[in-house]
Design a protein around this ligand. Structure first.
Ligand code: SF4
Length: 354
């Protein structure tokens, strides 16, 4: 496979053959790979800071090699770093690059889709995709067109537009990339000796980034009283997982309604892998009515259920199981009140025992 193709798509299985001739010792110690090492580190750093990465022109063969190898340096750094948030942020940057490449060079779609084991055939500008692959990679999209029910299904196959197929390929890339880093985490300790200084810098940067926006202190808000659905969305965000548009929307509307300020809401979203301060700020202001002039209401339980966000069956929560539990805000109100009532009796008990 041409080096140019590997520079564009360094995750292709053919990369293994190229890399098999290169040891980790060489990659991290030889002067020949100094540029690839530097660029690999900058690529990971940029996924935390959002800085622009100065990419070499892909026309020269030496630059193609540097680009290609820098992706592997970055991967090894991510394995050693072992931080799911940074891994996801990096995957998202690469994911967007992949989309741009495939939009510009649609002739590459077949090759990439085959590498990700999609079952598909092509008819002009459209693709026919096996429904299992469609379901697997469309789960993060909230757009109605990604619901199987809205698709014309014929004997297990459904037509997809080129752009939608690229988006599904993009999701396959992220899933595989994250799984691959995770599967190699046991190598982290071995890699540390090559990049101790870099890892320290990245950990500091990541901590600065998160602490700038994150806070466990949610003011007068009682986190213990949050309904399981909202707790689950927050937990996913804090683990660095991407959550659907509906999940973000419901959480923002909920947090706003229970009295959190927009700044406090921002702090919760700081660990989302594709966190962008300007965009998040805009979305929050829109949902809370600061820009739109319309304050959106918190979805009721039935709506949460329709969007796959109700977790009452998993949470086995007694309040959620009540037939009259129809709204996450009702849950919060009742739980908060019961906690306030509990408090004095607990305090009395501990005072009595002193
Ligand atoms: S029943 Fe309502 S409050 Fe409970 S998890 Fe489901 S949506 Fe949330």
């Amino acid at each position: 496979m041409a080096l140019l193709t590997l520079a564009r798509y360094p995750f292709l299985p053919e990369a293994k053959e190229y890399l098999s001739k290169l040891s980790v010792d060489e990659l991290f110690n030889s002067e020949d790979y100094a540029q690839a090492r530097e660029l690999g580190f900058i690529r990971v750093r940029a996924s935390i800071t959002g800085e622009k990465v100065p990419m070499p022109s892909i026309a020269r063969e030496s630059a193609q090699r540097t680009l290609f190898l820098s992706f592997f340096v970055a991967k090894l750094i991510l394995i050693a770093l072992g931080d799911p948030i940074v891994t996801r942020r990096f995957a998202n940057v690469e994911r967007d690059k992949l989309v741009r490449n495939l939009e510009e060079m649609p002739e590459d779609i077949d090759m990439i889709a085959t590498a990700f084991e999609f079952r598909f055939s092509k008819q002009g500008d459209r693709y026919n995709l096996y429904f299992i692959d469609f379901i697997r990679y469309s789960k993060n999209f909230s757009d109605e067109k990604f619901r199987l029910i809205n698709r014309e299904l014929k004997q297990g196959w459904l037509p997809v537009e080129q752009h939608d197929f690229i988006l599904l390929i993009r999701e396959a890339f992220v899933e595989r990339f994250v799984e691959d880093i995770d599967a190699q985490k046991h190598k982290g300790k071995l890699l540390e000796k090559y990049i101790r200084k870099e890892l320290e810098e990245l950990r500091t940067l990541k901590d600065e980034f998160v602490s700038k926006y994150s806070s466990a202190d949610l003011g007068a808000v009682s986190v213990d009283a949050f309904p399981p659905c909202m707790k689950t969305i927050i937990a996913k965000i804090q683990q660095g997982l991407n959550v659907s548009h509906e999940a973000r929307f419901s959480l923002v509307a909920f947090l706003h309604k229970i009295g959190m300020s927009n700044d406090e809401i921002m702090k919760i979203f700081a660990t989302v892998p594709d966190f962008r301060k300007d965009l998040t700020e805009y979305q929050i202001k829109h949902i809370t009515g600061e820009i739109s002039g319309k304050e959106y209401s918190v979805p009721k339980c039935a709506t949460m259920r329709a969007h796959g966000l109700c977790v009452k069956d998993i949470a086995k929560d007694k309040l959620c199981e009540k037939s009259w539990m129809t709204h996450p805000l009702l849950y919060y109100k009742i739980k908060k009140e019961s906690k306030t009532k509990e408090l004095p009796s607990k305090q009395n008990k501990s005072a009595e025992s002193q």
